[in-house]
Design a protein around this ligand. Structure first.
Ligand SMILES: *Cc1c(COP(=O)(O)O)cnc(C)c1O
Length: 815
C-alpha cells in the first residue's frame, strides 16, 4: 500500500478533498507544508495555504501568501477574485478547516503504525513527552508538538507523520461537548491513553460524567485503552481497558505507596508478580503520570526491569519555550528539552516574531529518534537557511554532517562537554541565541551559563496569554475599528519590547507609551508600529523626531512649543494627537481652549492631527453612566468641530478597556486597550481572559518556633501556637506592599493559601506555613488573586502590577 516516498501534488490533494469548484493551472505542483498563517510561511513554493475563517478571515492573507510564493490555496469564499493570482491553483470547499482535517485524516490513514491518542484533563502533554522519551530509546517515535491539541493543532500534527515513524503519540484536547468526535475521526487512535481527569476545564461541561463520556469518544476505534481505573465509569470498562489503580483486578495494581524525601516507592502487582518501582518524584500528579507511562509500557510488552531502568531517568519537564535576558545584552530563547522538526519550527517562528536583535545565533543538537537520511537533512537545512543566522553551533556526531550546507559561520562540537570547554572562546554579544536541543544533551546547563543571574524572585510573563486576551477584545470590536495597545509603564509591569513585539506580530494599529524614553527603547528593540507618547516633555522633542514618536498634544503651551521646535527643521505634517479634556481633568484642552488651538493648527503646515481623543473617568461604573454620556457627547461635538475646521478626517477615540466592554456604541474609529490585555478583568464581565504575569519566589528558610515568639521587625508577628515559618525573598523593595504584612497578604504554595506573618521587610517577608507540608526551595506564588489582594489594601491591580520593581527579573514564555 505504501509508496516509498509519500508525495502529494495539487492533483492528488484534489482527489482527497470534497471540493465545490476548482481553478487549477498546474496540477503537478508538489506539496509538503500546510499553512494557515501567512506570517509564518517560510518555504512557500511547496505549501498549501488554507484560508481559515477564524478571528481574522484567512482570505485577506492570500495576497501575502502569494507574495511568499505559495501557489496552492484552499478557500471557501465563492466570490473571491482570483484574477491577480494567475499562476496559482485554487480549490473551493464548504469549510476550509474541515478540508484541512479531511486531508490530515487521509494522510494518517496511509500508515499502519500504532497511533496513540492521549486525552484527559491533567498531564496530557507531560505523559506524551515522557512516553516520547521512554520509547525513543528503541523506536522511531513521533509526537505532536508542544500542546498542538486543538481542532487545528491536531490536524497539523497528523500531517507531520512520516514513513520512518514506528509509533505516533498524538495529544487531543477539547473544551466543550461535541468536539471529540471530529478529533477521533482524524486521529483514529489504535491505542488510547486517558490521563487523570482532575478538575481542569470542567467549565465547558455540564458534569464530570459528561466530560468523561465526551473524552472517551476518542477511543471509539482503539484496540487498547490505558487509564486510571478510578476515572473510568463502570459502564465503560470493557475488554479493551488496560487499567492501573487500587482494584486487585487492575492490570497494574497499586498495593502501596511509600513516600521518601526525594523519590517514592510504589509497590505494584503486574501479571500476578509483585514489584517495587522507584519513581523519581514525590508529588501526586507526577506519580500518577509516571504510572500511566508504566502501564502503557507494560501494555506494549516491556518487562518491569526495562521499565524501571527507563523511568528513573524521567525529570520534570520544563516544557515552556522561554525567553530570558542573557549576558552581554543577548536574548536567550531556551528550548533545550526537545528537538524535532515541528518544535524547531515553532521556536524559529517565535524568534522571528520576537525579532529582538539583528544578529541571531543557533545552538542545536542531534535529533533523536529520526531517520537521519538525506531527505531529513535537506529539510533541516532549508529550514535553517530560511533564517539568516550569524552563527550556528552544531552539537553531536550526526548533525555536523550538514555544516557545509549551512549559510552561516558554523562551529561543530561532538558533545555538550566539548562546547562547555570551548564556550569562553565563542563571542556572544548583542544577539538573540536560540538554544534547541534534544533532552539528553542537557543544554539547559548551557543556557544557565549564558543567562544573567537571577535572584530567586521572577515575574513570569506568558506572551501567548497576551495574544489570547487581545483576541478576546478584538471579538468585542467591529472589524474596521483600530486598536491601540497601551504599553506604558513597562507594559503595566510586564516588559517593553517583548510585549510590543507580540503586539506588532499580531498587527495592532498603534502602541502607546507614557514617556519618550519608553518609546525610544521600543524603537531600539525593533518596533516599527506607530507609537504615541502620552506625556511628551519639551526636552524630549529631539528624540520624538529622531525615533518617529508621535506626541499627545494636550495644551496650548505644548502645541506652540512643538510647532516652534519644528520651525527650523525641514519637517512638515508631523503626526500629533490632540487630547481633549471632557471631564477626567488630567491632561487635555478644555472646551474653551479648543478654538484657539484650532486656529494655531490652521496656521501651520508643520503638524498634522493624526487623531483626536479623550479619556473616560468612570466607564466601568454604572453609577457614572450619565457623566460618561456627557463626556462622550462633548467629545463627539468637539471632534466634529476639529474635523470641520481642519477640513480633513482624523482618527477619533475615547474608549479604554472598560469602555470597550461597556460602551460598544462609542468605539468610534479606534479603542485603547490597556489593563485587559494583561489579563486583569476589571470589568467583571467574565471575558475568559488568561493571566499574563505570575510573580513567583521561593522559600529560603524554614523555622519551627514556639508559642509566644515573635517574627520580624517591631515584633509585630506574635505567634499564638507552635508554628512553622517560611522566609521568602520578596519585600517592599520588590513591589510587595508593606500594607500586606501581618496576615493581610496571602501567597500560594501548591494550591494552599498561606498568610504573611509580621511586617514586610525590604527584601524579604515571612509566611505562616504551619498547616501545610513544605520544604526549602519550594515555589511560592506571590499574588494568587491580584484583584482580591488589591482590594485588601485599598488599591487597584494597576498599582500592584506596575509596582513590581525592575530588579525582579522578567522571564517570558510562549506556550
Ligand atoms: C492608560 C490609559 C488607557 C488604558 O486604560 P485601561 O483602563 O488600562 O484600559 C487608555 N487611555 C489613556 C489616555 C490612558 O492613559
Amino acid at each position: 500500500m505504501l509508496s516509498i516516498t509519500l508525495m502529494y501534488t495539487t492533483g492528488s490533494i484534489l482527489e482527497v478533498l470534497t471540493s465545490v469548484k476548482v481553478s487549477i493551472s498546474n496540477p503537478h505542483l508538489e506539496i509538503q507544508n500546510l499553512e494557515y498563517d501567512s506570517r509564518k510561511i517560510r518555504q512557500g513554493e511547496q505549501s498549501l495555504f488554507f484560508a481559515l475563517k477564524g478571528l481574522r478571515d484567512g482570505h485577506l492573507f492570500i495576497e501575502d501568501a502569494y507574495r511568499k510564493h505559495v501557489r496552492n490555496f484552499i478557500i471557501s469564499d465563492r466570490s473571491f477574485i482570483i484574477d491577480p493570482y494567475a499562476e496559482a491553483n485554487f480549490i473551493w470547499v464548504e469549510d476550509t478547516l474541515c478540508a484541512l482535517q479531511e486531508l490530515a485524516a487521509f494522510h494518517r490513514q496511509q500508515f499502519v503504525l500504532p497511533v496513540v491518542g492521549i486525552t484527559g484533563s491533567n498531564g496530557k502533554t507531560i505523559v506524551k513527552e515522557w512516553l516520547y522519551q521512554l520509547l525513543s530509546i528503541d523506536r522511531r517515535c513521533y509526537q505532536s508538538p508542544k500542546s498542538y491539541n486543538s481542532q487545528l493543532g491536531v490536524a497539523l500534527s497528523l500531517w507531520e507523520i512520516q514513513q520512518e515513524h514506528e509509533i505516533a503519540l498524538i495529544e487531543a484536547g477539547i473544551s466543550t461537548d461535541g468536539e471529540m468526535e471530529r478529533l477521533a475521526q482524524m486521529i483514529r487512535p489504535t491505542m488510547g491513553i486517558m490521563t487523570s481527569m482532575g478538575i481542569a476545564h470542567a467549565e465547558g461541561f455540564v458534569s464530570k460524567e459528561q466530560k468523561f463520556v465526551e473524552k472517551w469518544k476518542l477511543f471509539a476505534h482503539a484496540e487498547m485503552i490505558i487509564a486510571p481505573s478510578e476515572a473510568v465509569l463502570p459502564g465503560f470498562r470493557d475488554e479493551r481497558c488496560y487499567l492501573w489503580g487500587r482494584y486487585p483486578e487492575d492490570k497494574v495494581y497499586i498495593q502501596d505507596v511509600e513516600s521518601k524525601s526525594d523519590h517514592t516507592f510504589v509497590h505494584v502487582r503486574i501479571a500476578g508478580v509483585s514489584y517495587t518501582l522507584t519513581i523519581p518524584f514525590t508529588d501526586k500528579a507526577s506519580i500518577d503520570n509516571v504510572l500511566t507511562c508504566v502501564t502503557f509500557l507494560s501494555a506494549m510488552g516491556y518487562t518491569v526491569s526495562v521499565i524501571q531502568e527507563r523511568i528513573v531517568g524521567l525529570r520534570p519537564l520544563e516544557m515552556r519555550l522561554k525567553l530570558k535576558k542573557g549576558k552581554n545584552n543577548c536574548s536567550i530563547i531556551d528550548d533545550s528539552y526537545s528537538n524535532d522538526l515541528a518544535s524547531l519550527q515553532i521556536a524559529l517562528d517565535f524568534m522571528q516574531q520576537q525579532n529582538q536583535h539583528r544578529d541571531k545565533s543557533l545552538i542545536i543538537t542531534d535529533f533523536i529518534g529520526v531517520r537521519w537520511n538525506d531527505k531529513f537533512k535537506h529539510k533541516l537545512v532549508s529550514l535553517l537557511n530560511a533564517v539568516s543566522f550569524q552563527k550556528i553551533i552544531l552539537v553531536g556526531e550526526n548533525i555536523r554532517e550538514i555544516a557545509d550546507d549551512l549559510r552561516a559561520t558554523v562551529l561543530s562540537f561532538a558533545d555538550t562537554e566539548d562546547i562547555f570547554s570551548a564556550l569562553h572562546t565563542i563571542d556572544f554579544a548583542n544577539e538573540t541565541i536560540l538554544i534547541k536541543g534534544a533532552r539528553k544533551f542537557g543544554l539547559e546547563r548551557l543556557s544557565q551559563l549564558l543567562v544573567q543571574k537571577t535572584h530567586d524572585t521572577v515575574l513570569e510573563i506568558n506572551l501567548k496569554a497576551i495574544e489570547h486576551n487581545l483576541s478576546k477584545y478584538r471579538q468585542r470590536i467591529q472589524p474596521g475599528t483600530k486598536l491601540m495597545a497601551m504599553v506604558k509603564a513597562f507594559s503595566y509591569g510586564s516588559g517593553s519590547f517583548e510585549v510590543a513585539n507580540i503586539l506588532q506580530f499580531n498587527k495592532v494599529d498603534y502602541l502607546t507609551v507614557a514617556f519618550a524614553d519608553e518609546g525610544v527603547e521600543l524603537r531600539q528593540g525593533g518596533i516599527r508600529l506607530p507609537i504615541m507618547v502620552l506625556s511628551p516633555h519639551e526636552d524630549t522633542f529631539e528624540d520624538l523626531l529622531k525615533f518617529q514618536l508621535e506626541p499627545e498634544i494636550y495644551s496650548l503651551r505644548i502645541l506652540r512649543a512643538f510647532i516652534a521646535f519644528l520651525e527650523d527643521r525641514s519637517v512638515g505634517h508631523y503626526p500629533i494627537h490632540i487630547k481633549l479634556d471632557t471631564g477626567m481633568h488630567r491632561l487635555g484642552f478644555m472646551p474653551e481652549e479648543l478654538d484657539e488651538a484650532l486656529s494655531v493648527l490652521q496656521g501651520t503646515e508643520k503638524v498634522r492631527v493624526q487623531s483626536v481623543f479623550s479619556h473616560l473617568a468612570g466607564a466601568g461604573n454604572k453609577d457614572f453612566d450619565t457623566f460618561t454620556d456627557r463626556q462622550v457627547n462633548l467629545f463627539r461635538q468637539e471632534a466634529d468641530k476639529l474635523e470641520t475646521t481642519l477640513q480633513y478626517t482624523v482618527i477619533k477615540h475615547i474608549c479604554n478597556t472598560n469602555g470597550i466592554v461597556h460602551r460598544p456604541a462609542d468605539h468610534m474609529d479606534m479603542v485603547r486597550l490597556g489593563i485587559g490585555l494583561y489579563g486583569v478583568d476589571i470589568s467583571g464581565d467574565e471575558l475568559d481572559l488568561q493571566e499574563v504575569g505570575s510573580l513567583k519566589t521561593t522559600i529560603s528558610q524554614l523555622k519551627h518556633l514556639s508559642t509566644g515568639e515573635t517574627v520580624g521587625y517591631d515584633r509585630s508577628g506574635v505567634l499564638y501556637r507552635q508554628s512553622r515559618i517560611a522566609t521568602v525573598k520578596i519585600g517592599y523593595a520588590d513591589g510587595y506592599d508593606r500594607r500586606l504584612g501581618n496576615g493581610v497578604g496571602k501567597m500560594m504554595i501548591q494550591e494552599h493559601l498561606v498568610p504573611t506573618v509580621g511586617n514586610i521587610c525590604m527584601d524579604m517577608c515571612m509566611l505562616d506555613v504551619t498547616d501545610i507540608d513544605v520544604h526549602e526551595g519550594q515555589e511560592v506564588v506571590v499574588f494568587p488573586d491580584i484583584m482580591q489582594t488589591a482590594k485588601d489594601i485599598g488599591t487597584i491591580p494597576y498599582e500592584l502590577l506596575t509596582g513590581i520593581s525592575s530588579r525582579v527579573k522578567r522571564v517570558y514564555y510562549y506556550e
